[in-house]
Write a protein that binds this ligand. Structure first.
Ligand code: ADP
Length: 310
């Protein structure tokens, strides 16, 4: 499978590296308006390949994306310390108008995988600009927030995150909702497993995990200026589900006809991902506070999208 990446900055190149490590793609093509950067990133990743896989990694112009099955859109301007994701909106919308047109001209059948923030809004903008079916325009959404939630819960319980089934829903951002009420470990409810392993989920534990998930990106940005390894691996994970037609349940973003009463909005819920892109949406059972939180998140995103003139 050929994978294209537009935007060879920290996120795009980390995704390229993760794809090479996982050996998922036969070819990875990096495109950036700064062509020298794309060439340098491709060379650097290509030098790692002999130790890892046989993926061909190269830089190209847009024409090099022809034949790609999936194209990651990671172009744009990155979040500055203290800057909200929504504040990035205007700047990145303009970049995407340019990028999506160029991509579609050479690869009209590719699945588009959006990584640029604010990701839910960029996903909805991309779907609008491209006119592609919504299930072929996928945002990385809360895939990373969900991974952080599972990892913190798993650490508290002394259980591998891979055995934790818990989801972060809604916006990839401040209004996201940690769905505590339906979190499971193995087949057990959280209360059950916590009692059995002797690690109760107290209010303090809950607040600490909630803060750890919600503020992880802000803390990393404060310390090193940007986040990229986690999302790079998350993007490769989504591509694995597509490349291997795995029908995995992942929290990704996509324009959805209706979520908790809000129509036509892109946000994350668990969705089945396979070769065709998003194949099915799965709406979890929520308690009323979570449902209200999700509705608030959906309305906030919808209002932001409606305020943009394209
Ligand atoms: P992040 O941390 O989100 O990856 P970066 O600033 O490191 O952010 O990377 C974003 C990349 O997007 C930069 O390399 C930049 O050159 C690229 N870029 C910005 N605008 C365009 C565009 N119109 N077309 C292609 N690439 C673009």
């Amino acid at each position: 499978m050929k994978v294209g990446i537009v935007g060879a900055g920290m996120v795009g190149s980390s995704a390229g590296y993760a794809l090479a490590v996982m050996g998922l793609a036969s070819s990875v093509v990096l495109v950036d308006q700064n062509h020298d950067l794309a060439v340098a990133q491709a060379e650097d990743i290509a030098h790692a390949v002999p130790f890892l896989s046989s993926t061909i990694v190269e830089a190209a112009d847009y024409v090099g994306l022809a034949g790609a099955s999936v194209i990651i859109l990671a172009a744009g301007v990155s979040q500055k310390p203290g800057e909200s994701r929504l504040a990035l909106l205007e700047r990145n919308a303009a970049v995407f108008k340019d990028v999506v047109g160029n991509v579609l001209a050479v690869a009209p059948d590719a699945i588009l995988l959006i990584a640029s923030n604010p990701v839910d809004i960029m996903t909805q903008i991309t779907q609008r600009i491209s006119g592609l079916p919504a299930n072929r325009v996928i945002g990385s959404g809360t895939i990373l927030d969900t991974a952080r939630f599972r990892s913190l819960l798993g650490r508290h319980l002394g259980i591998s995150p891979q055995s934790v089934h818990a989801y972060v829903l809604g916006e990839h951002g401040d209004s996201e909702v940690l769905a505590w009420s339906n979190a499971k470990v193995g087949s057990l409810s959280l209360a059950d497993i916590a009692a059995q392993v002797g690690s109760p989920i107290t209010e303090h534990v809950r607040a600490t995990i909630d803060d750890g998930v919600r503020n992880a990106a802000y803390k990393i940005i404060k310390g090193k200026g940007a986040t990229y390894y986690g999302i790079g691996a998350g993007l490769a994970r989504i591509i694995k589900a597509i490349a291997q037609d795995q029908h995995d349940v992942l929290t990704v973003s996509c324009v959805t006809p209706e979520i908790v009463g809000v129509k036509d909005v892109a946000l994350s819920i668990p969705r089945v991902v396979g070769a065709q892109g998003i194949e099915t949406d799965l709406m979890p059972d929520l308690v009323s506070a979570e449902r209200d939180g999700l509705e608030k998140s959906a309305r906030l995103l919808k209002d932001s999208v409606e305020s943009i003139r394209l």
